[in-house]
Design a binder for this molecule. Structure first.
Ligand code: ZN
Length: 283
């Protein structure tokens, strides 16, 4: 929070988190860039929108990537997937991964905020460009009624994710046109988020560059963020136990096993014939 009360910012580096998502889902470069930005957006939005509980983002565009789904908690855990992880597109006209083309310029961003109590709060905005950062910005302006500057970047090389991260600066009621100009000038002068990360700068230094000219006081301590999925073998077994006895017997006799793959983290759970029969008998 700036001491003049004009801005509040959340900043995160997500390189390891995005690299783990890339490996788990065997993502193409384009899909890594798209999901990487969406995962970073989740990590940044969760502490802004939900003190407890979680925030879920679903980008449903008309591009070849299909759905891009992320959920994130303010505790720093984030997970997500894309519907078609192998889609690869040529670089766009400015030499970047074509995230907008992959997600699609037409479609919707659905945001669900679960505060951990009561009914979850849902809102939908039309995609601004499918580039993620601009879509999140549109959501914050239309649904959350706050002007903001959203900077999200994912830089890849042939070995994987080299740098990923971003920040959301929320403009508070006392801000002026000069506040926005100052931040935009800083980004032009000092470079983009991933450019600063690739030069080895830590979060504090990047924040001081992008918010140069503002006197900033940290409101919360630095927290780790990680790719974490709450699926488990136990949950898979619980799901099987709900099935009718005869379905379990059919599965055991006809397939000889039951398989389930978690959409969010791509983990495969397998129960062999004997295990299925045990569950069927215990019912
Ligand atoms: Zn999972």
């Amino acid at each position: 929070m700036s001491s003049d009360g004009t801005i509040r910012a959340v900043i995160a580096t997500t390189t390891e988190l995005v690299e783990l998502a890339r490996q788990k889902h065997d993502l193409s470069f384009t899909a890594t860039a798209a999901l990487g930005r969406a995962l970073t957006a989740g990590a940044l939005l969760a502490p802004i929108l939900a003190r407890e509980g979680q925030v879920a983002l679903k980008f449903q565009g008309n591009g070849p990537l299909g759905r891009v789904v992320v959920d994130a908690s303010p505790r720093g855990t984030v997970r997500g997937y894309v519907e078609n992880p192998q889609v690869e597109l040529p670089l766009n006209s400015v030499g970047n991964f074509d995230v907008g083309g992959a997600i699609g310029q037409k479609g919707y961003l659905h945001v669900t905020i679960d505060h951990g109590f009561g009914e979850p709060q849902q809102s939908t905005v039309e995609l601004a460009s499918g580039e993620v950062g601009e879509d999140i910005n549109r959501y914050l302006v239309t649904s959350d009624q706050t002007g903001s500057i959203v900077v999200i970047g994912t830089h890849l090389n042939k070995n994987g994710v080299e740098a990923a991260g971003g920040l959301i600066v929320q403009l508070l009621p006392d801000h002026t046109e000069d506040t926005i100009c100052k931040i935009e000038n800083n980004i032009t002068t000092f470079g983009t988020f991933t450019f600063l990360m690739r030069r080895g700068m830590d979060l504090q230094t990047i924040l001081s560059r992008i918010l140069h000219g503002f006197d900033v006081t940290p409101l919360t301590e630095v927290k780790p963020v990680s790719f974490y999925c709450k699926c488990s073998r136990e949950r898979f077994l619980e799901a099987l136990k709900i099935l009718p006895h005869e379905d379990l017997m059919d599965m055991a006799e006809e397939d000889g096993k039951a398989e389930g793959r978690c959409q969010f983290c791509n983990e495969l759970y397998l129960v062999e014939k004997e295990g299925l029969l045990d569950i069927a008998r215990s019912k």
